[in-house]
Write a new protein. Structure first.
Length: 279
């Protein structure tokens, strides 16, 4: 499986790749750089949006624009670029981290303490009508979230546990949390994830210099080495959702690899699932 450079960049903490089918572009963020990046594989066009706070994730909105998971809560940019808060909940020493849009159009947004205090983060659900509810508390580093192809299961990573967990989905609630897989000591730490059309879970391994693919039963069936020590998240995109994009980070590395902080791509890595827009 080949690995190519989609965008050569020096992001401090690249995260959250998301395919925007309406605009035929990939959206990703540099959390600590307070930047939202877009990249159009068809023509190579790029844009960069500076946010006023650290930005953990950015996702497309159904009516245009973006929803963003910021330090002090969740905000939205309209098609004209105008910003408004959708859910503001500032907590000293805490910031937004990874987020994902569920099949029903709700945003599931995680947070973490800057100093990674155990239990310093949470996971909330922001409904399309703006109603917010805390789903999980006592979270340390809220990261990858994704759903099975039929929408009956939700996968979730709290990186500090070194596990990928799975929940049953019951309406707007998730229940019966259990372990899908554990990343063994020395192999890195699970970060962002995506689910493919076969129902398999791809996860980026922070400090593990690679990706892993787990079957719905939790069996490890693929390991993909990467030329960066700290890959952070992955998502399918491009024509037919066949290319797997991977974000990476250089933060905390004394001697980062030349591609650390870049957006990588694995052409024809598999078959992704269409990702809904917020709202």
């Amino acid at each position: 499986m080949s690995v190519e450079v989609a965008v050569r960049e020096t992001a401090e903490l690249g995260e959250g790749p998301t395919w925007d089918p309406a605009a035929r572009r990939l959206i990703w963020v540099d959390i600590l750089g307070s930047r939202v990046h877009t990249y159009e594989p068809g023509g190579g066009r790029r844009t960069v949006l500076a946010t006023e706070q650290h930005v953990g994730a950015a996702k497309p909105r159904k009516d245009g624009g973006l929803v963003v998971n910021l330090r002090d809560g969740i905000g939205g940019y309209g098609p004209d670029g105008a910003f408004a808060w959708l859910h503001r909940d500032p907590v000293p020493g805490r910031r937004g981290n990874d987020a994902a849009v569920a099949p029903d159009g709700a945003l599931w947004a995680g947070s973490m303490a800057y100093d990674e205090t155990p239990g310093g983060g949470n996971l909330i659900r922001l409904a399309p009508d703006g109603a917010a509810a805390e789903v999980l508390d006592d979270v340390t580093i809220s990261n990858g979230t994704g759903w099975s192809p039929d929408g009956t299961l939700m996968y979730y990573v709290d990186t500090a546990t070194n596990r990928i967990d799975v929940f049953d989905v019951a309406g707007q609630q998730v229940t019966n949390r259990r372990e899908l897989a554990t990343v063994e000591k020395g192999a890195g730490h699970p970060d962002g994830l995506t689910v493919d059309a076969d129902g398999c879970v791809w996860v980026a391994l922070w400090d593990g210099a690679g990706l892993r693919r787990y079957t719905p039963s939790g069996t490890l069936d693929r390991v993909v080495p990467l030329p960066v020590r700290r890959p952070t998240a992955c998502a399918f995109g491009g024509p037919g959702l066949r290319d797997l994009y991977v974000t990476s980070a250089r933060v905390g590395l004394d001697r980062p690899a030349p591609l650390a902080g870049s957006l990588l791509v694995l052409p024809e890595a598999g078959q992704g699932l269409p990702q809904p827009a917020f709202g």
